[in-house]
Design a protein around this ligand. Structure first.
Ligand SMILES: NC(=O)c1ccc[n+]([C@@H]2O[C@H](COP(=O)([O-])OP(=O)(O)OC[C@H]3O[C@@H](n4cnc5c(N)ncnc54)[C@H](O)[C@@H]3O)[C@@H](O)[C@H]2O)c1
Length: 334
């Protein structure tokens, strides 16, 4: 079967991770890149042996031999490249969160429908082995009905200068809210958010959210961008308690630790780990699944655009709640 020819829009930190991951996906071929920072695009193209560097989003979307566009621009800059790619007849993979407002989410869902081209959103945890195994366990019914869920997703303070551009709930809690929606299959009726600004930045670096689901389950999401920088990349955990059982999942520092003369190193072994320089893990598996969907012309089912928009809806309600210091009800679900 022919390889899926892809154009990458956005060659920043995670765009580079995508390129590493695509190298480990035999059915993928990244043929062109575009970034508003032309030097960055040229450097990345040369590093990864990508033949074409485009000068605009119109140019990359207009390349007739590309089947798909991979959008890895900052959180609030997904709409334009996604819409342009759809209009040019390309399937689209776009990083999370789908958008930072609901109107833009709807516009991308509409552009996908009217062009009859896919829109897959990078809710990567649905491809992470442990989180996906937990979903299987819940779907099997062995844990009974969801009663309580508690998710933690904390990051070192050195990541604040980059990701502090977006509210941490949209940046990070979006993952756990999406999981809770996946695990329960239930709409959210009411939320309450809490935030703290210890560092005086535009967005808080501490966020807690309490989520009430229609079926009665309660979820708590937590993200704090204040961990010490000494080798810690992530501190993630999820607890699910059902009427028939419970599950505890941890990706906390220390699960795999390396001590060298230059300090203590706690590498990621789940999302984007490397073995012999080649990508493994959830990002590779997610992008591989997208390519399989394009090759077989089957719309991605593991995460749909409507589900990605629901997660944004819950997050925006949580942020509104934290800012207004009151409960926020979600009246219209879709
Ligand atoms: N799934 C995950 O675990 C995960 C992890 C990190 C980042 N992300 C997501 O990936 C996306 C990108 O994040 P990042 O860390 O790579 O950010 P980044 O700032 O490092 O990179 C963004 C790149 O996009 C370029 N850019 C900006 N506007 C553009 C435009 N209109 N057209 C083309 N290029 C443009 C910038 O020059 C930059 O090189 C975000 O949506 C982020 O939330 C997801």
């Amino acid at each position: 079967m022919n390889r899926v020819r892809i154009g990458l829009v956005g060659c920043g930190n995670f765009g580079e991770s995508h390129l590493q991951a695509f190298r480990a996906v035999p059915q993928a071929e990244v043929a062109a890149v575009f970034d508003t920072d032309g030097d960055r695009a040229r450097r990345i193209a040369s590093q990864f042996g990508i033949p074409q560097v485009c000068g605009s989003v119109e140019e990359i979307c207009g390349l007739g031999d590309l089947a798909a566009i991979d959008v890895v621009t900052p959180e609030h800059m997904h709409l334009e490249p996604v819409r342009m790619a759809h209009a040019a007849g390309k399937h689209v993979f776009v990083e999370k969160p789908l958008a930072t407002d609901l109107r833009e989410c709807s516009a991308m869902i509409e552009s996908s429908a009217s062009a009859n081209r896919f829109l897959m959103v990078g809710q990567i945890l649905r491809f992470e082995t442990k989180y996906a195994m937990l979903n299987d366990e819940i779907v099997s019914g062995r844990l009974g009905q969801a009663v309580s869920m508690h998710a933690r997703r904390n990051r070192p303070k050195s990541l604040l200068p980059l990701y502090g551009r977006t509210h941490p709930a949209l940046e990070n809690c979006i993952h756990d809210v999406d999981l809770m929606l996946w695990y329960t299959g239930q709409p959210v009726r009411k939320v309450r958010g809490f935030s703290r600004h210890a560092t005086g930045r535009k967005h808080p670096e501490t966020f807690w959210g309490v989520i009430e689901f229609e079926g009665g389950a309660i979820g708590v999401v937590e993200t704090i961008w204040m961990l010490p920088d000494a080798g810690v990349m992530l501190d993630d955990a999820f607890q699910f308690i059902g009427t028939e059982g419970m599950a505890n999942l941890q990706l906390h520092p220390g699960a795999f630790a390396i001590l060298r003369d230059d300090g203590y190193h706690l590498p990621d072994v789940s999302y984007d780990p490397r073995v012999g320089g080649a990508a493994r893990g959830a990002l590779r598996d997610e992008l591989s699944y997208f390519c399989e969907c394009v090759q077989s012309n089957q719309a991605p089912q593991v995460i749909t655009p409507i589900e990605a928009k629901r997660a944004v809806r819950v997050i925006l309600a949580l942020i509104e709640s934290a800012e207004s210091e009151r409960d926020v009800e979600i009246a219209a679900w879709d």
